[in-house]
Design a protein around this ligand. Structure first.
Ligand SMILES: Nc1ncnc2c1ncn2[C@@H]1O[C@H](COP(=O)(O)OP(=O)(O)OP(=O)(O)O)[C@@H](O)[C@H]1O
Ligand SMILES: [Mg+2]
Length: 276
């Protein structure tokens, strides 16, 4: 069981003079129970990778497969859920509840409304308040959360999210991170972001894309050793990690790396001999 890209490449407008080679020879894998963060600068190919993994685009070279079959096949229907980078453009139903219930209904759920209510609650939106609203009247942050709820409600084996926390306030961000991380119990999760700070402490692996190629694929704890390579692809490590790298360079005996500021504070204090 895995969602896999093998030597996958994609060129937009392949046979024209406007050809753009958006991805080149990408090897990627996510298995159920895993959370993978894909980081990369603007235009590095993150959204294109998600479209290939979700079967919305077919690779122009290499292979993509979901549990052994092409995601474009009918048999793969419902196995991959994708939340777009601009999810508000995908709404179509009259109410939020109907929009979120569309996926489970389409997949034959016995109670699509219950699935929709549960998913709205998971992203921190009260279904009694937001369920009857028109999706077209939501604020940007509300719309993003509704779109994420729509994907959660599908209970797909693989959940792909494109910049899920962009534009959310601290509370909304925390709700979405919690809801997405909880999905890992039953799904393989891929989070695309140019700012991976919110998800790094939960990630099993970080994949960095640069100009359409994978330049790093490591557990987050290894980023401190590979920070020069990571930053050479135009990315910047979170400040909390940079502080630990700088402390280590100045002689602090740090036993690991922490992504949460409180835990990092404890680690730094311990390296100075302070009691826990
Ligand atoms: N429909 C399209 N037609 C032609 N070129 C495209 C199309 N969509 C994307 N591209 C190009 O493919 C490359 C990768 O785009 P992609 O959207 O995957 O980047 P991204 O990493 O998601 O960027 P961002 O962080 O800005 O969302 C870019 O050079 C982009 O201009
Ligand atoms: Mg993108």
């Amino acid at each position: 069981m895995a969602l896999v890209a093998q030597g996958a490449g994609y060129a937009y407008a392949a046979d024209t003079r406007f050809r753009v080679d958006a991805l080149r020879e990408v090897d990627f894998e996510v298995v159920p129970g895993e959370l993978v963060v894909v980081a990369g600068t603007t235009g590095s190919g993150k959204s294109t990778l998600l479209r290939l993994l979700a079967g919305l685009l077919e690779p122009t070279e290499g292979l993509v497969s979901v549990d052994g079959i092409a995601p474009t096949l009918r048999a793969a229907r419902g196995s991959v859920a994708l939340v777009f980078q601009n999810p508000e453009t995908q709404f179509f139903a009259e109410t939020v509840l109907a929009d979120v219930a569309f996926g489970p209904r389409n997949l034959g759920s016995a109670d699509p409304h219950a699935a929709a209510r549960e998913a709205l609650t998971a992203v921190g939106l009260d279904p009694d308040v937001f369920g009857p609203r028109s999706p077209f009247t939501l604020s940007g942050g509300e719309a993003r959360r509704v779109a994420i709820a729509g994907a959660l409600a599908m209970k797909a084996g693989y959940l792909l999210l494109d910049e899920p926390t962009a534009g959310l306030d601290a509370r909304g961000c925390r709700d979405v991170v919690d809801a997405v991380v909880a999905e890992r119990d039953r799904a393989g999760v891929v989070v695309v972001t140019h700012d991976p700070e919110d998800f790094l402490c939960h990630a099993d692996r970080v994949v960095a894309l640069s100009a359409g190629s994978v330049v790093i694929s490591v557990p987050p704890s290894e980023l401190t050793h590979r920070h020069a390579q990571y930053e050479s692809s135009g990315l910047r490590l979170p400040e909390v990690v940079r502080a630990q790298i700088l402390a280590r360079q100045r002689g602090a005996a740090l036993t690991g790396v922490e992504f949460d500021p409180r835990a990092a504070g404890v680690l730094l204090a311990e390296s100075l001999g302070a009691p826990r």
